[in-house]
Ligand binder design. Structure first.
Ligand SMILES: [Zn+2]
Length: 490
């Protein structure tokens, strides 16, 4: 995140829009009455399902007692990684053989012609015009109709960090490129990001099939299983700002990637095919966000805490809610469990912070230790989440339970969305803070973690499905916080 020099632009028009969106929460009593009872039909009750499937934390990974696939793999050493990859490709192709004609006017899906395993640590040779030595990658090559993977470095690294389902995720993405090629869903001059968004979306469509229990070799739970799968997309994201969106490596930000995945999972391959340059330009953060030069870290200290507090007051001012007091020491609070690094006490309307814990979260993530820290935005978003609870309390909304957690994520998303400034000024910064491209990805990582408050209720409890947490955050980020109380009813 970055502070903005004094006198940062204020958006009259944006505030007008916010005011309209706020009406529900502004009218405290009315708001409670409107949303009490059954949650609204639009969007459905998102708390106990994942795009229509029940939430479960059952097994994720290879099924036991199933014969390995017998697809030919060139260059294989017959080892564990290749068996995993071969089984993954078999399940992914089986899915597309059924799904492809349904989605693309009866066209037939032809298997990828060559599957190639290579060892990036060995001398190797050339594959599709690339030297395999030092190439820690998995890729689809259209002109040679092949999918290749590095069994020596990339696959074991993914397996170690996230488990075997990570290998399936990466290969489903590569097969997504084969699907584009076969279905003709991309155009010649499309930015690389369009191709990548579609491939992530097709990955989501495949994982719905796995989550429904219909894949032969693999299973995935809709709770922590999908959290892992989306974590893989997050892990292999581009460093925002480092990559030109037209560049060959432009996979998009983590937020863009999980969004595409969720669209595919929820709406199927036709939604993916509808992703074109216009859609991607409008929707993705990679297009909308700042350039790298403006990205800085905002260390957790008293001064920056005040800046965050000011921006929250600004965003939620029109709710009429009395701003909570922020204190940087632990305070006992009746009736709720203490949460770290921030706790909201309903009885006193106070947020107590642990600066040490916040600073730990604010550390940038280390490359090979995804849990080392999330980054500054993730730390400040924890505070925003407790602030959102204070606003909810003022509106007479319950602070405990799944809906309270998701409403919180939605409101944090709305605050985040207002800190974004895009090159054509559609959004404007609020107060002195602005978000940089990497910030939103820190938020995604935290939302997928077990220890974040962004989507947690007053006791720190989150719904198990990161899928639902991300949906809620995105709703607020894209649409402001009007929908937060209607979509996530009492
Ligand atoms: Zn790709």
């Amino acid at each position: 995140m970055a502070p903005v020099s004094a006198g940062g632009r204020r958006g009259e028009r944006v505030f007008g829009v916010i005011f309209a969106l706020l009406t529900c929460i502004v009218l405290v009593g009315g708001c409670s009455r409107v949303i009490s009872g059954t949650p609204s039909v639009a969007g459905g009750p998102a708390t106990d399902d994942v795009a229509g499937l029940p939430v479960d934390n059952g097994p994720t990974g290879p099924r036991t007692g199933v014969a390995d696939a017998d697809l030919p793999v060139e260059g294989t050493d017959g080892g564990e990684m290749d068996v995993l990859a071969r089984n993954a490709v078999a399940d992914i192709q089986d899915f597309w053989k059924d799904e492809f004609p349904e989605s693309f006017d009866g066209k037939r899906f032809d298997d990828v012609k060559r599957l190639v395993s290579y060892d990036s640590t060995a001398l190797g040779g050339d594959l599709c015009g690339e030297r395999t030595q030092g190439l820690s990658n998995a890729f689809y090559c259209g002109k040679e109709n092949l999918i290749a993977w590095d069994r020596a470095d990339l696959l074991p690294r993914l397996d170690n960090s996230f488990g075997p389902i990570a290998v399936v995720t990466v290969l489903a993405h590569e097969m997504g490129h084969a699907v584009e090629h076969r279905a003709g869903t991309t155009r010649e001059n499309d930015p690389t990001l369009v191709l990548e968004q579609q491939a992530d979306c097709f990955t989501g469509a495949f994982f719905r099939h796995v989550a429904e229990g219909d894949a032969e070799h693999f299973q995935v739970s809709t709770g922590d299983g999908l959290n892992k799968v989306m974590g893989v997309l997050n892990y292999i994201r581009d460093t925002p700002g480092d990559t030109d969106f037209k560049g060959a490596d432009a996979h998009g930000s983590a937020f863009d990637r999980v969004t595409a995945f969720q669209y595919g999972f929820s709406d199927g391959p036709k939604r993916c095919a509808a992703m074109d340059a216009d859609d991607v330009k409008q929707r993705t953060t990679q297009f909308q966000f700042w350039k790298k030069a403006q990205e800085t870290d905002l260390p957790v200290d008293e001064k920056n805490l005040r800046a965050v507090q000011d921006s929250l007051q600004e965003v939620f001012r029109d709710t009429g809610a009395l701003p909570p007091e922020l204190v940087t020491e632990p305070r006992a609070c009746d009736g709720v469990r203490g949460t770290a690094p921030a706790a909201f006490c309903p009885a006193t309307n106070t947020i107590s912070l642990s600066l040490d814990d916040l600073q730990k979260i604010a550390n940038p993530p280390a490359k090979d230790a995804p849990d080392s820290g999330y980054g500054d935005f993730a730390a400040y978003a924890q505070i925003a989440s407790r602030y959102a609870l204070s606003v909810q309390q003022a509106a007479g909304l319950p602070l405990e339970g799944a809906n309270a957690g998701l409403r919180t994520a939605c409101m944090v998303g709305s605050w985040s969305g207002l800190l974004v400034e895009d090159p054509i000024g559609q959004r404007n910064p609020v107060g002195e803070l602005r978000m940089a491209p990497g910030d939103i990805d820190e938020g995604v990582a935290a939302l997928l973690g077990d220890d974040s408050l962004i989507a947690a209720d007053v006791n720190g409890d989150q719904v198990p499905a990161g899928f639902a947490r991300l949906d809620a955050f995105r709703t607020g980020f894209q649409d402001g916080f009007g929908p937060c109380s209607t979509k996530y009813g009492v």
